[in-house]
Design a protein around this ligand. Structure first.
Ligand code: SF4
Ligand code: SF4
Ligand code: SF4
Length: 206
């Protein structure tokens, strides 16, 4: 079959619009375009570096507080005085900064400590949350970056082995650290022990 685009550039299904059709065509107000579409439109005008920055701007900087995982935080947190931040003793709750797509929403930052599951953020929060269940929520999963972890490159390092109170980090017979995904709940306590930032917590999917 003949390629209609190659042969003269005119698609057979194209019907020129009359001027009054063009004038009557309704424009969607900008406010009805949702965030994803806005982000897509913004991304389509960017070069590769700009697109990478845009992607980073949209990525959450960390998981939400443990019992808030299944809530739509953008419905609640924008107009809140964020008492969860001061209630959290290890001080791991931060807000996404102003230039971020999720500005004003809380996330967990594990660079200095991890979550103790103390529930202080639940008690301080105006949202009614049932945190009475016996099973701890899963924040995410710790993963070891085999590229940067020196123990995976035949240099002895035991910094993260044995510090996990859930016994989720063990070592192979070659002394390489591995995370047992059945035992890890993503509390983030191990992150600060790695001298090479080779541990990360991947947020649990909703
Ligand atoms: S459960 Fe406690 S330690 Fe964990 S985020 Fe909430 S306040 Fe912080
Ligand atoms: S206290 Fe609750 S509603 Fe307020 S910012 Fe923290 S998580 Fe959001
Ligand atoms: S490996 Fe242990 S310390 Fe690290 S995030 Fe998982 S449960 Fe927490």
């Amino acid at each position: 079959m003949e390629n209609v685009f190659a042969a003269g550039g005119n698609c057979l299904c194209y019907r020129p619009q009359k001027p009054n059709e063009l004038l009557n065509r309704k424009r969607r107000p900008l406010s009805t375009i949702n965030g994803n579409r806005r982000a897509f439109l913004r991304g389509s005008f960017l070069n590769r570096e700009g697109r990478a920055q845009e992607k980073a701007r949209q990525q959450p900087l960390g998981p939400p507080p443990p019992w808030h995982r299944d809530l739509q935080l953008d419905k609640y947190c924008f107009n809140c005085a964020h008492p969860c931040i001061t209630a959290c003793e290890p001080a791991i709750i931060l807000l996404h900064p102003s230039e971020h797509e999720m500005t004003g929403l809380p996330y967990l930052d594990f660079s200095t400590s991890g979550c103790t599951f103390c529930k202080a953020c639940v008690e301080a929060c105006p949202i009614e949350i049932d945190a009475s269940g016996a099973v701890l929520p899963e924040i995410g999963q710790a993963v070891v970056n085999h590229e940067t972890c020196i123990a995976w490159h035949e240099i002895i390092c035991q910094s993260c082995i044995g510090i996990c109170e859930f016994e989720a980090i063990t070592s192979t017979y070659m002394r390489n650290p591995v995370v047992n995904s059945d035992l890890c709940n993503g509390c983030g306590m191990c992150i600060k022990y790695c001298p090479l930032d080779s541990l990360t917590v991947i947020s649990a999917s909703r």
